[in-house]
Design a protein around this ligand. Structure first.
Ligand code: NCD
Length: 327
């Protein structure tokens, strides 16, 4: 998978040198490839897990990265910016509001315009599934998907896997609950592809409206993937839970019943029903008190929420340096 507008970048493929490399999704990535991304991210971390700048080398000095965020973002946008700056690159930021996108200009025309001004890579967040892939087809520079519609959010998937690998060690054979609005979540899709690739079992948990049976196809043919509509029943089997926000901006509001929070909120009682080693993730932004109780989100030993944000910078450093660095 060298390239490409068709999937996950692989800088180590023999076919890669001539091709422009992109990271568009984790679907189709091998477990080996995913562990290499995580190892590369580890190389940017200090022993306490805080991201560190590539002080000596600044391998992307003189390069320019454009952040094209046509959907709102706090963590991902700042994280990509911090990653690029840590590597010595310059960053150009563009959002939907305040740009000609608000006058109706398309994502592709926007990306082409920005690229024509001289950028070496484009990070794209778009409300349209497939938006970054379309940009990748037409631009001669690496494209990184920073979240497209309900489709994928590969760097979030990688940082979730890194947080899980650091907390649990071996991921093969682990059962990871993904809880809530799975149907509308690009994070869930990237997590599922990544978890299946490394030999873990994703267990999708939520009401039938948000965890419909069609999602079983996500793991690909034969991939281990389970579903449950009964959170309490599966808690003792979970090595970790990824809690998701209900994505009202994607019309998920109508799909939730009035007892949703009672049935699927992660509170202290549910945390204590999980094995002692089990950890809690949330990609943010969290609706505290709705899908997760504040005391669980802030639990100093079980919650990885802050660690996820820190690790995200290192993951994005790994991705940007692999796509922009020497083949
Ligand atoms: C997520 C996203 O935008 O997909 N957040 C993130 O990138 N950290 C999840 C969400 O918006 O709920």
């Amino acid at each position: 998978m060298p390239d490409s507008a068709s999937g996950t970048a692989d800088s180590h493929s023999p076919a890669a040198p001539a091709a422009v490399r992109h990271l568009l999704g984790l679907e189709g990535a091998s477990g080996e490839r995913i562990h290499r991304w995580l190892d590369d991210a580890e190389a940017f971390l200090s022993s306490d897990g805080a991201a560190v700048a590539a002080e000596e080398a600044r391998p992307l000095r003189g390069r320019r990265v454009a952040n094209l965020f046509l959907e709102d973002s706090t963590r991902t946008r700042v994280s990509f910016e911090a990653a690029a700056v840590n590597l010595g690159a310059e960053v150009v930021n563009l959002s939907g509001k305040g740009s000609s996108v608000s006058k109706g200009e398309s994502l592709l025309d926007t990306a082409r315009t920005v690229a024509a001004m001289g950028v070496d890579a484009v990070v794209v967040r778009s409300g349209a599934s497939g938006g970054p892939r379309q940009v990748a087809r037409h631009l001669g520079v690496p494209v990184v998907n920073a979240g497209d519609g309900r489709h994928e959010h590969p760097t979030q998937g990688l940082l979730d896997l890194l947080a899980l690998r650091r907390a649990l060690g071996e991921l093969r054979g682990r059962t990871i609950g993904i809880v809530g609005d799975v149907a509308n979540s690009r994070v869930a899709r990237s997590d599922v592809h990544g978890l299946v690739a490394v030999g873990a079992t994703p267990l999708l948990i939520g009401p039938p409206t948000l965890v419909p049976c069609e999602l079983e196809g996500l793991a690909g043919r034969g991939g281990p993937l389970e579903r449950s509509h009964d959170f309490d029943a599966v808690l003792p089997r979970l090595d970790a839970v990824v809690m998701l926000r209900v994505q009202r901006e994607r019309q998920a509001g109508g799909a939730i019943a009035s007892d949703y929070a009672r049935a699927f909120r992660l509170d202290r009682r549910r945390l204590e029903s999980m094995p002692e080693h089990a950890v809690v993730l949330h990609p943010g932004p969290a609706n505290r008190g709705f899908e997760i109780e504040p005391e669980v989100a802030d639990d100093p030993t079980r919650s990885l929420v802050v660690a996820q944000v820190r690790l995200g910078v290192a993951v994005r450093m790994a991705v940007l340096s692999a796509l922009l660095g020497p083949s």
